[in-house]
Design a protein around this ligand. Structure first.
Ligand SMILES: [Fe+2]
Length: 407
């Protein structure tokens, strides 16, 4: 992230002799991206390296990924994630629904907190979670980060963490990214500040509250996700949350969807103005994440607030509906619905949604949805997605034309 943060005790000059605690030599680790050229953080361990495994790594009979559908036709999809059952702990339960080379979209609906001595590490992808339901604490080596409904949690690849639920259950949309997830660079100035025209303010993130290092020996299991969803158990002989301090630009943080400051104009505005995050080198690779939240609809006396049909030929589009007040697909989507519109097909509102939207001119909308648009990358639905799909969705526009679908 653009904010450089310092917590706890770190040496003034990097890579120099440093005693974070009296007479105990601290040991340095760099958690970095893009080789040694991207965002990184310097972590100062109390006295032990993070490499001290006390058991051989073990591939677990656990997969966090579902195979993609083979020989599926080109089609729009409607995945009813509200029907996915709540079960298990976050670290061991995720349903992957759409998969590409740099993006994977999953859902996790845990109803328990995991064991104290078990941790998770996504060793292959960065993560951006949207909290549809629940609240709790993300504990990591960087500290403790509280979260609640309608917030994003961004977690860099390689972070060691645990989810501690404070609600009986939770519902997360999980967006995984090969590339770091950050605010869109075109909304930042050369110093890394969000410009005064940006829909985000870079200081409106919540940072982990630093915790004292845990100087505890024992067996601590880290479930490490790698190689497309395989899970290997790494066992350390000491507690992984053992930092006396850290500094840098790579850390987990929370961003509230309500802090996406919508930009409106006199006529309908295309989705890029709703962009909150970006991964990769847009518009050439990676993806954008947009937040559709309350905003003033176009106030031109003839504005059509409903979107136009769009055929965005370089982007596959995933839309997660946190609520159902988005008028373009009213009567079709449910809370938690994911619509998936691949680049090869145009998509649009249905029935007389455009005409109905006239009454929204100049008024404040109250929808909440998260959209992911890829750049030159195809996503494929998985076998898991198929279990929760509405098979009639491709016909939903035709049904609306015949008046058989409430709109
Ligand atoms: Fe769209």
């Amino acid at each position: 992230m653009s904010l450089i943060v310092k917590r706890g005790d770190v040496p003034k000059t990097p890579h120099t002799e440093f005693y974070g605690r009296k007479n105990i030599l601290s040991l340095e680790e760099i958690h970095g991206t893009y080789g040694f050229s991207g965002a990184f953080s310097r972590k100062m361990h109390l006295c032990r390296y993070p490499t001290i495994q006390v058991e051989k790594p073990k591939l677990l009979p656990l997969s966090l990924s579902s195979p993609v559908l083979q020989n599926a036709p080109l089609s729009p999809y409607h995945i009813l994630t509200g029907k996915i059952p709540y079960h298990g702990v976050f670290e061991r339960s995720r349903h992957s629904l759409l998969k590409g080379t740099s993006a994977v979209i999953s859902v996790s609906k845990p109803e328990q907190t995991g064991k104290d001595d078990e941790f998770f590490r996504n060793a292959e992808m960065h993560e951006c979670l949207f909290v549809q339901e629940g609240n709790g604490v993300l504990a990591s080596e960087y500290g403790e980060l509280k979260f609640k409904e309608k917030q994003y949690i961004v977690i860099p690849k390689g972070t060691t963490y645990q989810f501690r639920l404070l609600s009986p259950r939770a519902f997360f949309l999980i967006i995984e990214s090969l590339y770091p997830i950050r605010f869109a660079p075109h909304y930042l100035n050369s110093e890394g500040q969000a410009t005064l025209m940006s829909p985000v303010v870079e200081t409106e993130i919540t940072l982990p509250e630093f915790q004292e290092p845990r100087d505890v020996l024992g067996k601590f299991s880290i479930l490490s996700k790698h190689n497309g969803g395989r899970v290997t158990q790494i066992v350390l002989g000491h507690h992984p949350f053992d930092l006396v301090g850290w500094e840098g630009a790579l850390y987990p943080f929370v961003f509230d969807s309500a802090d996406h400051h919508s930009i409106a104009r006199e006529i309908h505005t295309a989705p890029p103005v709703r962009q909150t995050f970006q991964a990769g080198n847009a518009p050439h690779s990676g993806f954008s994440i947009c937040t559709f939240r309350a905003q003033i609809e176009g106030w031109n006396p003839k504005d059509v607030p409903a979107p136009y049909a769009h055929y965005n030929v370089d982007s596959d589009e995933m839309m997660f509906f946190s609520n159902t007040t988005y008028g373009a697909r009213t009567g079709i989507v449910e809370p938690g619905s994911i619509t998936f519109h691949p680049a090869g097909l145009p998509h649009s509102p249905h029935g007389d949604a455009a005409k109905k939207s006239f009454k929204a001119r100049g008024k404040l909308s109250d929808y909440l949805a998260v959209m992911l648009d890829t750049f030159f990358e195809s996503l494929s639905p998985t076998q898991e997605a198929q279990k929760f799909c509405d098979p009639q969705y491709p016909l939903s526009w035709a049904k609306a034309e015949k008046g058989t679908v409430p709109i």
